[in-house]
Write a protein that binds this ligand. Structure first.
Ligand code: CMC
Length: 428
């Protein structure tokens, strides 16, 4: 007999099925609740609401555990590479050699981006935020690939759309970077590995040959893997919900990019470095900023701190903190902002305000320091997050369609005025 949970309302009892996940996570299936009681559930911000049953990412916020398709993030970040992780997320298993070769070959075949994308980009002021340009260009891809619009095409055709977007994303990001710098866009080159080629396109200047930097490439693989998926967060839920209307992949991912942009989500990495720079400029007084964050009359928050799900530590932050020391050490960079970040973490973690609320550094706290060290401009930090998150968004979009999930459409409790009678403007 499967488990059930009972809800008593208005003198009658409703028995609801309990769903158990493979990691023994439990959920009450409230589907029958309304039909039996007239009640809906109310959960602003979906703090305790599961929107799907997913086989992609497991996250245990109490114990700081993150697995992609069952594999611990620590192992993947240490031993895998970004495209292998992308394959794992999208197709469910680690690829064998032949599968990986076929995957990377298909990506190489799809790297070219239509020349008109440059014309489209040139319409943006050079000061435009790269996230706005990124979401616009991704949405615009539908016009260049009209055959990709129907999400219910045969699996091979859907796969080609997925490959197309994965292949073009680094090119698009690098072209946005070229646009803001007023430099020519660099064409992709299939002789390079995915992340290598991204760094080449991103950092090439017309006057010099670009030399691939293995330290930089390896740091990026790690960061992109750490960003690759994070179950039902704001941007991923956006991708799934937009996709559930049967909008095409480009539209769904473009929506995800916009959701990620916000400072409470992926935009936090830019805010963190700006906050650390401000602390440095104001003499490094960490306590002042910790006190500001605690002051309920001050809207300031410690950016890069706190998480909806992690209530002990964010395993990604631990890996990135260690990587930060290692990468800056290898590059011979002594960034004073790193010392400020560490001191800020130390002070906050001893402060009862942060302890009681279980606020810890998240993935965005140290990532910006690495991005800056390897030459990524501050307003491109969130774009890097998007580049890393793309395989996760795609995997979630694919899973949502495979599950034939219904269109996402929450309910609400109406609290506005009732039954008013219209009065013409002349009489008001
Ligand atoms: N600084 C100061 N106080 C905080 C912070 C912070 N960074 N984060 C949460 N709090 C307080 C908040 O004021 C509230 O206090 P009280 O109970 O007294 O009202 C309590 O902690 C709970 O906060 P919440 O906003 O209700 O928690 P949430 O789960 O809705 O929000 C969060 C999670 C990540 C949006 C929030 O912690 C935050 O704004 N952090 C800073 C932005 C940030 O770093 N975002 C990146 C998240 S990780 C990357 C990603 O996946 O997007």
């Amino acid at each position: 007999m499967s488990e059930t949970a009972k809800i008593e309302y208005n003198g009658s009892t409703v028995e609801l099925p309990v769903v158990t996940g493979t990691e023994n996570e439990k959920a009450v299936d409230i589907g029958p609740l309304r039909a039996k009681t007239g009640l809906i559930t109310l959960d602003t911000g979906f703090k305790n609401t599961g929107s799907t049953q997913s086989a992609i990412t497991f996250l245990d916020g109490e114990n700081g555990i993150l697995h992609y398709r069952g594999y611990p993030i620590e192992q993947l970040a240490d031993q895998s590479n970004f495209l292998e992780v992308a394959y794992l997320l999208i197709y469910g298993d680690l690829p064998n050699k032949a599968q990986f070769d076929a995957f990377t070959t298909a990506i190489k075949e799809e790297m070219h981006v239509h020349e008109n994308v440059k014309i489209f980009l040139s319409g943006f002021p050079q000061s435009a935020h790269p996230m706005g340009m990124l979401s616009s260009v991704i949405a615009a891809l539908h016009a260049f690939h009209p055959q990709d619009l129907d999400p219910y095409r045969p699996a091979e055709a859907i796969d080609r759309t997925i490959i197309r977007l994965l292949a073009k994303m680094p090119v698009i990001v690098s072209w946005i970077h070229s646009h803001v710098r007023g430099l020519p866009c660099v064409q992709p080159n299939a002789n390079y590995e995915y992340v290598e080629d991204y760094t080449r396109m991103m950092f090439s200047v017309p006057t010099h040959d670009y030399k691939i930097d293995p330290i930089l490439v390896s740091a990026l693989h790690k960061l992109l893997i750490l960003h690759a998926d994070h179950e039902q967060n704001c941007s991923t839920s956006t991708v799934r919900i937009v996709g559930s209307s049967l909008a095409n992949l480009y539209a769904s991912i473009s929506a995800g990019v916009n959701a990620l942009w916000g400072p409470l989500h992926g935009g936090a990495n830019q805010e963190v470095i700006e906050m650390l720079e401000e602390i440095k400029a104001n003499g490094g007084d960490v306590d002042l900023y910790v006190n500001k964050a605690k002051d309920k009359n001050d809207s300031f928050r410690l950016m890069g701190f706190g998480h909806r799900v992690y209530k002990n530590f964010d395993p990604r932050a631990r890996i990135i903190k260690a990587a930060c020391d290692e990468i800056l050490g290898k590059m011979g960079i002594d960034d004073p902002v790193l010392s400020i970040a560490k001191r800020l973490e130390e002070v906050a973690l001893q402060d009862p305000y942060f302890v009681e609320r279980k606020l810890y550094p998240n993935v965005d706290f140290y990532s910006g320091i690495i991005y800056r060290a390897i030459g990524i401009p501050v307003d491109f930090f969130t774009v890097m997050f998007a580049l890393g998150r793309l395989p996760g968004w795609i995997a979630q979009w694919k899973e949502m369609l495979a599950n034939k999930e219904p269109i996402g459409r929450p309910r609400q409790v109406y609290v506005g005025p009732v039954n008013r009678t219209y009065v013409p403007i002349s009489a008001r």
